[in-house]
Design a protein around this ligand. Structure first.
Ligand code: ATP
Length: 257
């Protein structure tokens, strides 16, 4: 499958079909399978709304969308899509280990060996190995976000939707998690849609960056980052080419705001 997402003339809004105000209008977007797409745009332009449609949490008012070659609804029921939001909720009375296994039925006797092994592996991958028995309130904000990422990855989603997942974290933790996310993406080939307000983060992570404008939301800039980077979407944050790309994105964002 060449494309993870194909949206054509997508109209999306809130409220009834007759009365809805369009948040996204006539949006065309194709996302290649296995790619890393960063999404920038002014507050309220419809970034989260776009992710909600992809995740089948909201029906479009018009146009078509296919996700992993099927309807968003069909894909949701196959657990092929994982989500991580800014303040991902963890169950406070469950341990880290159980929170990670939650979507696949913690407490059920049917938890397979494979799921058990995978959850241990993910805790290790996210640097949480020694923290499995802790409760969420015994973790830092960055550690809680790692738990949310591990949870989202347990079902091995083909598509990962991330909505400002590191927005509330300090810069050092954020940089570290950016690198962990990139190495995970390289290893798994998961398609990632990553919403952020940080131009630097968008440019560093994305193989491609789109900028949405508001009223109604549409794509006003679509920048292929690969010419600015080395193989495997690798770059340094201070790289002059990346700094130039960031300036280009800033101009687009200023115009969109
Ligand atoms: N449940 C809802 N009902 C009605 N309007 C909504 C709802 N959710 C969002 N909106 C409106 O839709 C528009 C787009 O919201 P959305 O959350 O997608 O923006 P965003 O680009 O993700 O913003 P931010 O960067 O601030 O998170 C906004 O004007 C918002 O007020």
């Amino acid at each position: 499958m060449a494309n993870a997402i194909e949206a054509n003339k997508l109209d999306v809004g809130y409220g009834g079909r007759q009365t809805a105000v369009k948040v996204l209008s006539g949006l065309d977007l194709t996302v290649a399978a296995g790619s890393f797409l960063s999404i920038l745009g002014p507050s309220g332009c419809g970034k989260s709304t776009l992710l909600r449609v992809v995740a089948d949490l909201l029906d479009p008012l018009g146009g078509t969308i296919s996700v992993l070659g099927a309807t968003p609804h069909a894909v949701r029921s196959r657990r092929d899509v994982g989500f991580v939001f800014q303040d991902s909720t963890l169950l406070p009375w469950r341990t880290v280990r159980d929170n990670v296994r939650l979507p696949l039925g913690v407490g059920q006797r049917s938890l397979t060996r494979k799921i058990e092994d995978r959850s241990v592996e993910l805790l290790e991958l996210m640097g949480l190995s020694g923290l499995g028995e802790r409760l969420p309130h015994q973790l830092s904000g960055g550690q809680r976000q790692r738990v949310a990422i591990a949870r989202a990855l347990l079902s091995e989603p083909k598509l990962l939707l991330m909505d400002e997942p590191f927005g509330a974290l300090d810069e050092i933790t954020r940089d570290r998690l950016n690198d962990e996310l990139l190495s995970l993406w390289r290893r798994t080939g998961t398609t990632i849609l990553f919403v952020t307000h940080s131009i630097a983060e968008a440019a560093y992570l994305g193989e491609r960056v789109i900028v949405l404008a508001a009223n109604p939301g549409r794509v006003v800039k679509d920048l292929d980052m690969r010419p600015f980077k080395r193989e495997g979407n690798r770059c340094s944050r201070e790289d002059p080419a990346i700094v130039a790309a960031m300036a280009e994105l800033r101009t687009a964002l200023e115009r969109a705001s």
